[in-house]
Design a protein around this ligand. Structure first.
Ligand code: FA5
Length: 341
């Protein structure tokens, strides 16, 4: 009997070593450790063995059983790790590696500037009013106090459409008439952002399309002092609290009096440099008190109401703030430029 147990152990271990997959291991388990396995039968038959033989035989049977169980456990373990190894080789994905960064788009620098400027005007109580890009001659010129053949029309080189009397707006000022006609006789405090179009020679400072932000305030007691105070407050919020400003007399047919506002050149602090063309000042906007004719065209009695208006080119302002030397960079779609913002 003991001899048979030794043989059984050898056979079992040999067959176990030959089992290649889980199915074979299961079959091996049934054969060597199952209910009707030979080893089980030996243990069952212990009672019929003589008292003297019984302890040695029992001990040996249990040894073989434990040896089989341990060996099976080890084989199952090594099979599982071999399978894992195989899977890892096949998949070749290392889930512990950091992910690839996704390319994130960003807002165009012109949009960023528009939003920054509009946010400041919003803080100062100005609502955004959107007006159309394609305008009639009447809104772009006539209602702004520039009748047909008025020489001031030459200030704006205009794109005419094939429809007579329809133009691409040359400035955001026609929006003034739209908003006044919509709101009269209520007080107004709005900013009107939008693209403007001019049939101009394209240069480092001038594009054929550019954004302007118009502003309009209409009420009963609005003075030139309000205009100066409001525009100075804006310049301080946008360019920094100690920026110096100045107003110069100018002419626009739709404002009287009219003024252009300059800020002190922040490159040279006013001492003169190529950026400010050695004047120490940089022009940022045109402005003035709304002309009585324009107020009347908008539906406000100029005897009772007054107002101020201004118009700034937002790309030009962005160029000053970020020291951009050529306005053409805004619409050239060059990622090297765009990615800097
Ligand atoms: C006007 O267009 C007036 N409508 C502004 C205004 C509004 C005055 C309300 C009074 C009351 P001007 O043509 O100067 O003015 O243009 C205003 C701003 O637009 C300029 O200061 C400049 O910043 C910008 N701008 C004008 N032409 C161009 C251009 N070709 N390319 C880029 N920006 C331009």
């Amino acid at each position: 009997m003991l001899k048979r147990l030794d043989e059984l152990e050898r056979e079992g271990q040999r067959e176990l070593a030959e089992a290649r997959d889980e199915e074979a291991l299961q079959a091996w388990k049934v054969k060597y450790l199952g209910r009707s396995a030979e080893l089980g039968r030996v243990l069952d038959g212990l009672r019929s063995v003589s008292k003297e033989e019984r302890p040695a035989l029992g001990k040996r049977s249990n040894e073989v059983k434990r040896a089989f169980e341990t060996a099976l456990e080890a084989r199952l373990g090594s099979l599982a790790s071999a399978r894992l190894e195989h899977e890892l080789q096949r998949e070749r994905i290392d889930v512990t590696l950091p992910g690839r960064p996704l390319f994130r788009g960003r807002l165009h620098p012109a949009t960023q500037t528009l939003r920054q400027i509009l946010a400041i005007w919003a803080e100062m109580g100005f609502q955004v009013y959107r007006s159309r890009d394609v305008e009639t001659d009447a809104y772009n010129f006539e209602l702004l106090n520039m009748p047909a053949h008025h020489p001031a029309r030459d200030m704006w080189d205009t794109f005419y459409t094939t429809t007579p009397g329809v133009v691409l707006r040359t400035h955001t000022s026609p929006g003034q008439i739209h908003v006044m006609r919509e709101r009269a006789p209520e007080p107004i405090r709005v900013v009107l952002p939008g693209m403007c179009y001019r049939y101009e020679q394209v240069t480092a400072r001038a594009e054929i399309q550019f954004n302007q932000i118009e502003g309009l305030a209409v009420g009963r007691n609005i003075t030139f002092g309000d205009l100066k105070g409001t525009l100075t407050a804006f310049a301080r919020r946008y360019f920094g609290h100690d920026v110096r400003t100045r107003f110069r007399a100018a002419h626009f047919p739709f404002t009287e009096p009219s003024a252009e506002m300059d800020i002190e050149c922040f490159v040279c602090s006013g001492t003169g440099c190529p950026v400010c063309k050695h004047t120490g000042w940089l022009e940022i906007l045109g402005s003035g008190m709304v002309h009585p004719t324009v107020l009347a065209n908008g539906g406000y009695d100029p005897e009772e109401f007054s107002g101020f208006a201004f118009g700034m080119g937002s790309e030009r302002i962005s160029m000053l703030k970020h020291r951009i030397e050529d306005i053409r960079a805004f619409w050239a779609n060059d990622l090297r430029f765009l990615e800097q913002f």
